[in-house]
Design a protein around this ligand. Structure first.
Ligand code: SAM
Length: 744
């Protein structure tokens, strides 16, 4: 990430996230008078982002606690079932809740969100914590969020991916993706029925630690077409494809780092720190990221630029500078008829540029006025000797750029945070793709102040003027290029393991194919491992074809691949047991990926009764299970991993609303549910309303008890513990269609 002098960008990802308790106590500690920033008010009144009469309700809204919002995730059929559970089992119990003499409404659906799959809880947190119906709902929310059925996400943050208009075959890039809430939305759009999507999503973030948050977050919605990378988006590398082609994207999301003043309702520290410099100092980085996105987009492709800032310096100024740097090549899409229930404001065609120190804002009508103030010592350049770029000021052709098609979301319109969204499309049609990226032509290298003349054709013919504003080398650094045929240099600073593909003829692969009786549809050529030699040592990932093409045509350190594909097979640590022919299990992340390819009699059906026994004990002996087809079948099966489908229904004191696929390890005399301790507890709470899981047995038996415990130890050895692997979620299936199942 670029260095920013002065205040840190709120969405820059360097700040440690606060705990919920910290945030709550912040809210309690903040009084109305604390939520004041004189410069903020002067600055935004001058920008005229709303009419003067609305100002009091804008400010009042900013000072109020933000409602909790969440989204039901997953494929359509599955999400609708969860939505019905909320509507039918929870909402009716939350009518007329009273707390301290005041009535509170139940959660309501966001009217503009497609399929009504997003919800809002208006009741303040203390009401949620202290009243039984809300508390009950809160428990449900926590459990379902843990397994990935729900995602807590700010309402306005859900908007950019909706305008991206992703289809399952699209090649997509999420340039600044962590922690990954929008990434999850894009994955859902690429995999609407959890069929095997041919599309691609590269989710990138420049903060290495945050890329691991991304890996975790996307583990709940795994996709064979996903790659996570770690790059400064403004210098995103060219990606080579076979035949000397370069990857161009159909869809790009540039949800850039910003000053974040649209998040004032939850990031309370911004009240005390806000200054005009925040937005001004981020403008250049934002512009470079947007320009890199424009260069990597296919003709006819769509690009969404977004910030959670109200500031035109970070919004319209960035858009107009990028458009003017490539006249006629892009246009702002008019999306005013999409999501008609969503209240939004038009973008600005004029704005003001100011600097602020304390409570005072210094306004500069023109760039020249600003430079004059620097010359005569009234204004200072920053301590790197850099002044504000000319591209911050409105260009003279602002009205021709259709900036009114940009959208600004204001908090008092529908009780949300603030956001800015602009949808851009590249001229041409995707069939005219030439597979060559445009040369990176930073508008910062040109005169961002000399707008192109009006008229598309005239603009296209116009040669770019020479730079007026000197640019530092950092601003012009070209993206690392991909030279076909040349051996690529390794980036030795990148510490992740290499990636390679396993031969489908490898003995371990053959043992897996035999165990699960995989059909011909099983993508045996797309099994990837994290070492240089294609050795299936611990984990095997499954990718789709486009991910494979990328991995095989690019050095993994040059494109800094943190993860790729879905974890589909994990090796059991039971090498001494030679009688186990296949030592691989299907981790929860990948179970729904392998499911469409397994042989007919592979999936074993079970009920809640069996689930209860598997949850109560870590390694229940086979004799513990009730007599019946399940026990007979499990007794007959060879040792190794089984995929078990727990049918929906209600018996044995529990209820499953949706069928669920889980891996079970069959040992000689016992079985074990192969999900970690925490997931078992969550599953137990969801199904039985209580945690019925016993703590795991101690793994180090005393020497003198060895003989007496021989059998128990044997079982422990056969069924390795998987605590802390961080496998995400529980695999559920929609009631209607198994192929619609989502791994969550
Ligand atoms: C607004 S947050 C992104 C939120 C994310 N899109 C989501 O919906 O969860 C901005 C992200 O940009 C990352 N970032 C900052 N500078 C960057 C750069 N130069 N290139 C790529 N990512 C950057 C930060 O680490 C942060 O995670």
């Amino acid at each position: 990430m670029g260095k920013h002098r002065g205040r840190k960008p709120t969405r820059g990802g360097t700040r440690q996230p606060q705990s919920r308790d910290d945030r709550q106590s912040d809210w309690n500690a903040f009084t109305g008078t604390d939520k004041i920033n004189v410069a903020f008010e002067e600055y935004y009144k001058a920008q005229e982002i709303m009419s003067e009469g609305e100002w009091p309700s804008f400010m009042e809204s900013l000072r109020k606690e933000l409602p909790v919002t969440f989204r039901v995730t997953g494929s359509r059929a599955h999400a609708e079932t969860i939505n019905d559970i909320i509507k039918e089992s929870y909402v009716p119990n939350m009518q007329n809740v009273e707390f301290e003499g005041q009535k509170y409404d139940p959660p309501s659906q966001l009217p503009w969100y497609p399929g009504q799959l997003a919800w809002q809880i208006e009741a303040p947190k203390r009401v949620v914590r202290k009243t039984e119906p809300f508390k009950n709902f809160q428990r449900f929310l926590v459990g379902e969020t843990e397994v990935g059925n729900l995602s807590r996400q700010e309402a306005v943050s859900m908007i950019p991916p909706l305008f991206l208009d992703v289809e399952p075959h699209h090649l997509c890039l999420d340039m600044c993706a962590a922690p990954g809430s929008k990434t999850a939305q894009i994955i859902e759009a690429l995999n609407p029925h959890h069929t095997t999507s041919t599309g691609l999503l590269i989710a990138n973030d420049s903060d290495y630690k945050r890329t691991h948050m991304l890996v975790h977050q996307t583990g709940r919605m795994p996709s064979r077409g996903l790659i996570v990378t770690n790059f400064d988006a403004s210098m995103y590398p060219s990606i080579k494809l076979s035949g000397g082609k370069t990857l161009q994207f159909d869809r790009i999301l540039a949800d850039v780092p910003c000053s974040g003043d649209g998040t004032l309702r939850k990031n309370l520290e911004i009240w005390g720190k806000w200054g005009a410099a925040d937005g001004n100092s981020l403008h250049s980085l934002q512009l470079r990221i947007l320009e890199r996105a424009m260069n990597m987009l296919k003709p006819g492709g769509r690009l969404v630029y977004s910030t959670c800032s109200f500031n035109p310096s970070e919004d319209e100024a960035v858009i107009s500078a990028a458009l003017n740097a490539r006249p006629g090549k892009f246009h702002i899409v008019d999306v005013s008829s999409q999501l008609p229930e969503l209240k939004r404001r038009q973008g600005l065609a004029s704005w003001k540029v100011g600097t602020s120190k304390g409570e005072k804002v210094n306004w500069y009508e023109t760039f020249e006025d600003y430079r004059a103030a620097i010359e005569n010592g009234e204004e200072k350049e920053n301590d790197r000797g850099k002044g504000l770029p000319k591209s911050l000021w409105p260009p003279t052709n602002a009205t021709e750029l259709n900036l009114e098609r940009c959208m600004r979301l204001l908090p008092h319109d529908q009780n949300t945070g603030g956001f800015f969204v602009c949808v851009l499309e590249k001229a041409g049609s995707s069939s005219s793709t030439n597979n060559a990226e445009e040369a990176t032509t930073s508008s910062l290298k040109r005169s961002a102040t000399s707008p192109a003349p009006s008229g598309e054709t005239k603009r296209a013919r116009e040669k770019s003027p020479e730079p007026e504003v000197p640019v530092t080398p950092a601003e012009t650094t070209p993206a690392p290029s991909a030279k076909p045929g040349k051996k690529e240099k390794r980036d030795l600073t990148f510490k992740e393991d290499p990636l390679s593909y396993v031969s489908p003829e490898h003995e371990e692969v053959k043992s897996i194919i035999e165990r699960f009786k995989f059909k011909d549809t099983f993508p045996r050529d797309n099994l990837m491992v994290r070492n240089e030699y294609g050795d299936p040592l611990r984990t095997i990932y499954m990718t789709n074809d486009i991910v494979k093409e990328i991995i095989q045509n690019n050095d993994y350190t040059r494109i800094r691949v943190v993860s790729a594909g879905v974890k589909c097979f994990a090796r059991q640590d039971s090498s001494q047991r030679t009688e186990i022919r296949c030592k691989w299990r299907t981790p929860i992340d990948g179970i729904l990926e392998v499911l469409p390819h397994v042989g007919e009699d592979i999936v074993i059906s079970a009920t809640i009764r069996e689930l209860r026994t598997l949850l109560e004990d870590h390694y229940p002996a086979l004799e513990k299970f009730a007599e019946g087809p399940w026990k007979t079948l499990m007794t007959e099966r060879d040792m190794g991993c089984e995929i078990v489908k727990f049918e929906a229904g209600s018996t044995a004191g529990g209820e499953l609303r949706l069928p669920m696929y889980l891996p079970v390890w069959k040992a000689k005399m016992s079985l074990s549910l192969m999900i970690d301790k925490r997931e078992k507890s969550i599953l137990s709470l969801r199904t039985f309303g209580e945690d019925i899981c016993k703590p795991p047995p101690v793994q180090k038996p005393q020497q003198d008890k060895l003989d007496a415990q021989k059998q128990a130890e044997e079982i422990v050895e056969e069924v390795p513990v998987i605590e802390g692997e961080g496998e995400g979620g529980i695999a559920l299936a929609g009631e209607a269609a198994e192929e619609d199942a989502v791994n969550v």
